[in-house]
Design a protein around this ligand. Structure first.
Ligand code: ATP
Ligand code: MG
Length: 421
């Protein structure tokens, strides 16, 4: 039998931001409770990378936690989670628990409050299952997380198939943590991920989208995509997902080349880059994206090639793109495309040159001519309004018409050509 050492000394220093959680742990300990840093923050501290947040786990019940601290908010009372306000931060304090049976592939039917060991066992992956006692400087490791952290492995705690069947979101979490940490998924966990991949469709669209957002906004997005592909998860990301070889290739190529800091918008567009607007609409709906997100994605995919030849873009067209709320994302996408086009560096420099030659106030100036001008000249409302106004605005943006008198002159010519006196 494998005997693992369950505690070991924590050598590092806790960052200052950990102070609020440590103070809560000190208060709970003084009141006679067990209280520890838990989960992701312990993993990150052991790796020497700054944790996003510090979660506390304790044997105090939620009611007891509320009694002991002045400012508290019960957020997931059924799961034993209370937020405690300390040093102007809200810290998550969760009661040690064991999860009852999972009925819906996502949530336990009930939880029972328990102890640290059992709380470790209900967590998803070994590297996420450790505790740190900051007062004693000890790591408490019931799940052999340290070994996997050192080996760079994402391994389910317990029997992988069982754990992935309980909560199907773990299918994506395994991939996300592996990509983000630069780890491998341990073979038995990976095999179970492949075997259970079809169950991903049962997970609420919002949860899947949130996981995708986290994967796609991380520099390791290409690796996350590759792992999803190898694990067979891509066909189950949304209802009816299908991937043609060229769609896989387009996503892979763009995801790999996006800048490390690229936000969600261009990264999501990269994921669906080789698809028609109608299909993108359907995907965004299936993933419960917001309307803004959907419109932005469709626009980005539609215009992704528009910046490929920076010197050839008509000035008005370039300004229209620049005026769009997703232009920064479009540029990010363009920079990724340049890397596979010949003379990519020159294209990038040319775009930079052109953009900086356009004054900000020239991007979307108020139009010289409006519908009122047409009405005053007795033009009946109809499609002709849009036609004429678009044409005149294009000339204004192109800077071939530079003043209102010049625009009025151009209007006169246009109206005459259409048979108006
Ligand atoms: P991140 O830095 O991305 O927040 P994290 O490890 O803190 O990573 P969270 O999703 O914030 O991840 O969850 C906190 C901890 O709760 C995890 O480390 C893990 O121990 C546990 N946990 C979260 N989600 C699950 C789940 N679906 N199944 C089992 N345990 C989970
Ligand atoms: Mg977290």
């Amino acid at each position: 039998m494998c005997v693992m050492s369950e505690t070991f000394g924590f050598q590092g220093d806790l960052p200052k931001v950990a102070g609020a959680a440590v103070e809560i742990i000190r208060n709970l300990t003084a009141a006679g409770h067990a209280a520890l840093l838990a989960g992701g923050c312990v993993r990150d501290l052991l790796r020497g990378s700054p944790p996003k947040d510090y979660d506390v786990a304790t044997d105090a019940t939620p009611d007891r936690v509320c009694q002991l601290f002045r400012a508290t908010r019960k957020v997931g009372a059924q799961f034993g989670v209370v937020l405690v306000r300390k040093r102007r931060r809200w810290i998550e304090v969760a009661t040690f628990r064991s999860d009852g049976p999972y009925l819906d592939g996502r949530h336990p039917a009930r939880v029972t409050f328990s102890d640290a060991r059992r709380d470790a066992l209900r967590r998803d992956f070994t590297v996420n299952g450790m505790f740190l006692d900051p007062l004693k400087g000890l790591v408490i490791d019931y799940v052999d997380g340290r070994a996997d952290l050192e080996a760079g492995l994402i391994r389910c705690i317990g029997e992988p198939s069982e754990r992935l069947e309980e909560d199907h979101l773990r299918l994506l979490r395994a991939v996300r943590f592996a990509a983000r940490l630069g780890f491998d998924v341990e073979p038995a966990t990976f095999a179970a991920t492949q075997a259970n991949a079809p169950k991903l469709v049962k997970v609420a669209a919002e949860r899947v989208r949130e996981e995708l957002e986290k994967m796609l906004t991380h520099a390791a997005r290409r690796r996350a995509f590759e792992l999803m592909e190898q694990a067979g998860l891509l066909p189950y990301l949304w209802e009816g997902a299908a991937w043609q070889p060229e769609q896989l290739a387009a996503a892979r190529s763009l995801l790999e080349r996006l800048g490390a800091e690229a936000p969600f918008e261009p990264a999501f567009a990269a994921l669906v880059a080789d698809r028609r607007p109608q299909e993108i609409h359907a995907i965004c709906r299936a993933l419960a994206c917001s309307n803004d997100q959907r419109e932005a994605t469709v626009w980005l995919v539609r215009h992704q090639a528009d910046l490929d030849e920076p010197d050839a873009i008509p000035l008005a067209g370039l300004k229209r793109l620049m005026a769009h709320g997703s232009f920064t994302a479009l540029r990010t996408l363009a920079e990724a495309r340049y890397q596979v086009l010949p003379d990519g560096r020159e294209r990038s420099a040319a775009l930079q040159r052109r953009l900086s030659s356009i004054a900000p106030e020239a991007v979307q100036p108020p139009p010289f001519i409006t519908g009122d001008d047409l009405a005053q000249r007795g033009v009946e409302p109809g499609p002709i309004y849009k036609e004429i106004l678009d044409e005149l605005y294009t000339r204004q943006l192109d800077e071939t018409v530079r003043s209102r008198p010049a625009a009025l002159q151009a209007l006169k010519t246009l109206l005459r050509a259409r048979g108006f006196a």
